[in-house]
Design a protein around this ligand. Structure first.
Ligand code: 5MM
Length: 341
């Protein structure tokens, strides 16, 4: 492993007030989102949509890296140019999702453990030869009165650490995503408690598996009350709870934290990221960025609707969200930006 190169890639992913675009929805997830909008759920429609994304002019001004899935990394533009090449030539670092999904965890009703370690060394080698420079793995943690269990947190944290070590062995930056799900009626305080425990466990395992923290990116949830919790704290309260939780649990050696959006509205995700950067900029040892899927893509998808004639308008909407989130990284996002498209 060339350590310097690994560290450089990790730093580049969170440099210049940019963030990441997660476009790594598995086929079932992508199909579900297409079905809701009446878009055909075919390989060709998924390819067309991903071509729209990777060819959006000016995207590299706000987006440092794009996460692809196995189907997409093998796809090409209509003119035959591989998507990986399109991204690289546009100055966007190509990445790949390498987990094979969260599966029901034996002995742990209601909980999931993420799989995909078995042939990972070979897959990482192949993806790296195809041009991917970072790799993502997502673990999901369910919260209610009795969950998560220690067993679930530990199994997922160990898998995350083993995947991260395999990535670094090949010079790929691991983007480590332990997601505390937003579903439920739990309070903000409960989310603080669970997120902190999960992150501490993950970093403990990363240490044990000899993962170099300078060559990784963390992709956590923001700390939020469950979607059905009657009390929904305001943007500043969420920002304070999130950053304080991260300050307690994430070592300063980590170059960057890039949040998932998790089902928040586009505007709230931008507002909350903005508040964190505004309120804590000088006190955070890491860059605080974004790695959103829905909170960047959703408006574009709703405009595109599978129609070629809507491509340019959809690209405009995608660019707009990318720019809003880049502004949020600088602490310069304002609600008025939403009317400036
Ligand atoms: C949590 O999902 C990740 C971030 O997306 P949001 O910003 O929409 O929350 C996302 O990268 C996710 O891991 C991928 O879309 C893959 O998900 P699936 O479930 O399709 O494998």
């Amino acid at each position: 492993m060339n350590e310097e190169e690994l560290f450089r890639t990790a730093r580049l992913l969170v440099a210049d007030h940019k963030g990441l675009l997660a476009m790594d929805e598995s086929n079932p997830t992508c199909n579900k989102r297409f079905a809701r909008l009446g878009i055909p759920q075919t390989v060709e429609a998924r390819r067309d949509y991903r071509e729209l994304i990777v060819t959006t002019p000016g995207l590299c001004e706000s987006i440092s890296g794009a996460i692809l899935c196995d189907e997409t990394i093998r796809q090409k533009k209509k003119d035959g140019t591989p998507f990986v090449q399109v991204l690289s030539e546009a100055g966007i670092i190509p990445g790949i999702k390498v987990d094979s999904g969260a599966k029901d965890m034996a002995g742990h009703p209601g909980e999931k453990v993420t799989e995909g370690l078995d042939d990972l060394r070979d897959r990482v080698r192949e993806y790296s030869q195809m041009g991917a420079r970072f790799a993502k793995w997502r673990a999901v943690i369910t919260v209610n009165d009795r969950l998560p269990s220690r067993g679930c947190i530990e199994a997922n944290a160990q898998a995350l650490a083993r995947y991260a070590a395999l990535c670094q062995e090949r010079g790929m930056v691991p983007m480590i995503e332990p997601e505390v799900l937003m579903d439920g009626d739990y309070s903000l305080e409960r989310c603080v408690e669970v997120t902190e425990e999960v992150l501490r466990t993950v970093f403990n395992q990363l240490y044990r598996q000899r993962v170099n923290l300078q060559g990784m990116i963390l992709k956590p949830n923001m700390v939020l009350p469950g979607l059905n919790c009657p009390s929904q704290e305001d943007v500043n309260e969420v920002a304070d709870a999130t950053v304080n939780c991260l300050l307690r649990a994430v070592p300063a050696a980590v170059p960057g934290i890039a949040f998932l959006s998790g089902g928040q509205s586009c505007e709230l995700a931008s507002e909350r990221l903005n508040a964190m950067n505004m309120r804590f900029k000088s006190r955070m040892p890491w860059e605080l960025a974004f790695s959103f899927a829905r909170a960047i893509q959703q408006p574009a998808l709703e405009i595109w609707l599978g129609q070629e004639a809507n491509t340019m308008a959809a690209q405009q909407a995608l660019l707009h969200r990318a720019r809003c989130n880049s502004a949020a990284r600088r602490g310069e996002y304002r609600a008025a930006m939403e009317f400036e498209q």
